[in-house]
Design a protein around this ligand. Structure first.
Ligand SMILES: C[S@@+](CC[C@H](N)C(=O)[O-])C[C@H]1O[C@@H](n2cnc3c(N)ncnc32)[C@H](O)[C@@H]1O
Length: 213
C-alpha cells in the first residue's frame, strides 16, 4: 500500500496536466461566511478554488498543499495568492486561527483511516469555535465499473473504496459511515449529493457537506 509520501508524489507528478473538477457550492459558502473571514483551503491543488474565492471578494484565503508542483503551478497561474507548502503533520497555523476550512477532493487522497482522522483533528485545532467546514468529495460509488475497480484494489490489499487512477495514483472513496465519523464533532448545516466528474472523465456521485464546529 502506498504511504503518504508516494500519494503526494503522484499529485506532484500530475500537477501540470490535471484540471480538477469536483463541484464547489460558492453560494452556499457565501451564505454562511463573511468576506473578511480567514479561510484555509487545505489541499488547494493549483489554486482553482482559492482564486475563485479571491475573485468573489474573500481577501484572507491561505492554502496549503504537499505537492511542490501544484504550488508552482498555482503561483504561476494565480500570482498573489497565499499558497504554501506543507508536508503533513501540524499546520503552521495557531489554534482557533481560521473561520473556515475547505477540503475539496482531499480526504479521498488520504488512503489511510488513521491519517484521515489525524488530518481532521488538525482541521479542528486550527478552526475557531463556530468555524465552518466545507467538504466536496467522492463517496463509494455504486456503478458496476467502480465496484470492479474497488474489488481489484481490495485484491491488492488496499482498503474498502480504494482504486487506482492514472499512472501510479491511488485514491480512496469514502464510505458514508467513515465520512460521518470524520465529521462527528461538527454540526451539519448542509448535506447534498451532487453530480460530478472524475479526473478520468467518468460520472461521479459527490457529497457536498457544510458543518459548523
Ligand atoms: C484532487 S486534488 C484537489 C485540489 C483542489 N482542492 C481542487 O479541488 O481544485 C487533491 C489535492 O490534495 C493534495 N493532497 C494530497 N494528500 C494530501 C494530504 N494528506 N493533505 C492535504 N492535501 C493533500 C494533493 O497534492 C492535491 O493537490
Amino acid at each position: 500500500m502506498p504511504d503518504e509520501t508516494t500519494t503526494a508524489a503522484y499529485w506532484d507528478r500530475v500537477a501540470e496536466e490535471t484540471d480538477f473538477t469536483f463541484p464547489v457550492d460558492y453560494e452556499l459558502i457565501e451564505e454562511h461566511l463573511s468576506r473578511d473571514a480567514r479561510v484555509l483551503d487545505l489541499g488547494f491543488g493549483y489554486g482553482r478554488i482559492a482564486s475563485k474565492l479571491r475573485a468573489r471578494g474573500f481577501s484572507r484565503v491561505v492554502g496549503f498543499d504537499p505537492a511542490p508542483s501544484m504550488i508552482k503551478r498555482g503561483r504561476r497561474e494565480h500570482p498573489g495568492l497565499d499558497l504554501r507548502p506543507w508536508l503533513g503533520g501540524e499546520l503552521p497555523l495557531a489554534a482557533d486561527s481560521v473561520e473556515a476550512v475547505l477540503m475539496v477532493g482531499v480526504l479521498s487522497c488520504v488512503i489511510d483511516d488513521a491519517a484521515r482522522m489525524d488530518l481532521m483533528d488538525e482541521v479542528s485545532r486550527v478552526l475557531a469555535p463556530g468555524g465552518l467546514l466545507y467538504i466536496s468529495d467522492a463517496p463509494i460509488q455504486s456503478t458496476p465499473e467502480y465496484k470492479e475497480r474497488y474489488t481489484d484494489a481490495l485484491e491488492e490489499k488496499f482498503g474498502q473504496g480504494a482504486l487506482k487512477i492514472g499512472d501510479g495514483g491511488v485514491v480512496q472513496h469514502l464510505s458514508v459511515p467513515n465520512f460521518r465519523e470524520l465529521t462527528a464533532t461538527f454540526t451539519e448545516l448542509h448535506w447534498n449529493r451532487a453530480g460530478g466528474e472524475s479526473l478520468e472523465g467518468n460520472k461521479l456521485d459527490i457529497i457536498e457537506y457544510l458543518g459548523r464546529l
